[in-house]
Ligand binder design. Structure first.
Ligand code: ZN
Length: 418
């Protein structure tokens, strides 16, 4: 099983937007941009929503069948570990092995020594094709990287072999993720991490490092764009080099997590991947749930009532909702409207505050981030929420499709007209 060059992960919290999401890829295809869909959902999301991995499989299969999608599609067991991978074995064919918790922990000293010895030929001034500067590598550099990351990669090896035993070799796509940590991985760290991945014989097709800058949920990239661009391009060159040196899968590519809505880096990324002829996986999730809210708000009446109620409760339960996402949100509380203000808003005002159109005067990124983490409240509403989605399907699906196609796929993957 070989993942295509361009792929997009589309999480769908409540499982009702599969068709609308797939329509975005059909629009892309009609516009000459080939991107394959991956429906991703993590154990954390399943737990909060009360859904199961089988639900995601059913949603994907149904959307594909109803829309006659003849290209590949995948179901991603997102951010799994040995503790919960078994729940996903039957329904998933894409596994994101999350070993971020193991980074920074030291492997056995024999393993570290063996790793250093194996990579000792890279000491000196290491030049990577495509990167101008040379990297000064000595034994201590390799050792320090091994101490930070070797145990994590070994854990990825364990999870990979566990899945391989159950599903069979070559029957699924493997991603290795280390993005949910505090410290970004440098390009040279990525090089030696790739070496360790090859040693573990993990046929990784995507890798999700943590990049410089903040990838806050549902809002734009925060950080120096120039530095991100430099690092991203170096990572691409490193991966090319690592494929050749370590015999990793030739389609190995970067995966960008919390990737939705990072508008300021999409065009630069697009230019870099075109320049190097390489692929990319973009992982999104919550952006679709926010389009559901926008659609409900636009529908006014009952839909808007639900939107007001969700916001009111999100404000009341601010700390509880934000806690699990503390490293990936930045909310300025002073910029949040009160529940009373929002109670007086029209549906359009709510939608304009929430919709990620930075040029709109009413757009409020703090309001958007709070609602992004507020899906737990909608989940607790149960059928009241999902029935409202069904009653408002036309408006919502139009928003969902447009968001994925116009705001994500187009700037990131389409040909750039200079
Ligand atoms: Zn992630």
């Amino acid at each position: 099983m070989k993942l295509e060059k361009y792929s997009i992960g589309m999480g769908d919290r409540f499982g009702l937007q599969g068709k609308a999401q797939l329509n975005a890829l059909i629009n892309a295809k009609n516009a000459g941009v080939n991107v394959v869909p991956v429906w991703n959902k993590s154990h954390r999301e399943h737990t909060i929503i009360g859904s199961s991995p089988e639900d995601v499989r059913n949603e994907a299969d149904t959307a594909v069948k109803n829309l006659d999608w003849n290209d590949s599609y995948y179901v991603d067991a997102d951010h799994i570990s040995l503790k919960n991978v078994d729940l996903f074995i039957d329904s998933s064919d894409f596994f994101t092995l999350d070993v971020a918790d193991f980074t920074g922990q030291c492997a056995d000293s024999n393993d570290i020594n063996a790793f250093v010895a194996k990579n000792i030929n890279y000491t000196g001034a290491l030049s990577i094709p495509g990167v101008n500067e040379k990297f000064e590598i000595n034994e201590q550099v390799i050792r320090t990287i091994a101490e930070k990351y070797l145990l994590a990669v070994k854990e990825a090896g364990k999870i990979y072999r566990h899945i391989e035993n159950k599903k069979g070799t070559g029957k699924f796509i493997t991603e290795v993720s280390m993005d949910e940590t505090d410290h970004p991985q440098t390009p040279i760290e990525l090089f030696f991490i790739s070496s360790a991945i090859a040693d573990e014989k993990i046929p990784a097709q995507t890798i999700a490092p943590k990049f410089t800058g903040r990838f806050n949920k549902g809002v734009d990239y925060v950080g120096p764009v120039n530095q991100f661009v430099k690092e991203f391009e170096e990572d691409i060159c490193i991966i090319k080099f690592a494929i050749e040196k370590f015999g990793l899968p030739e389609n190995l590519k970067l995966s960008l997590h919390s990737g939705s809505d990072k508008f300021s880096i999409y065009q630069p990324i697009n230019m870099i991947i075109k320049k190097h002829g390489c692929g990319l996986h973009l992982k999104t999730a919550g952006t679709t749930w926010l389009e559901e809210l926008i659609g409900l708000a636009m529908a006014e009446n009952q839909g808007m009532e639900i939107c007001r109620e969700i916001y009111k409760n999100a404000l009341l339960r601010f700390d509880e909702l934000c806690a699990p996402y503390s490293t990936v949100i930045d909310i300025n509380k002073n910029n949040l409207p009160s529940a009373d203000e929002v109670a007086a808003w029209s549906g359009d005002q709510y939608a304009n505050g929430l919709r990620h159109d930075q040029s709109h005067k009413d757009f409020n990124p703090d309001f958007r981030q709070l609602l992004h983490v507020g899906y737990k409240i909608a989940a607790e509403m149960g059928e009241k929420y999902t029935n409202a989605l069904k009653n408002t399907e036309d408006v919502i699906s139009e928003q969902v499709t447009k968001n994925i196609f116009e705001r994500h796929i187009k700037p990131l993957f389409s040909e750039i007209n200079e």
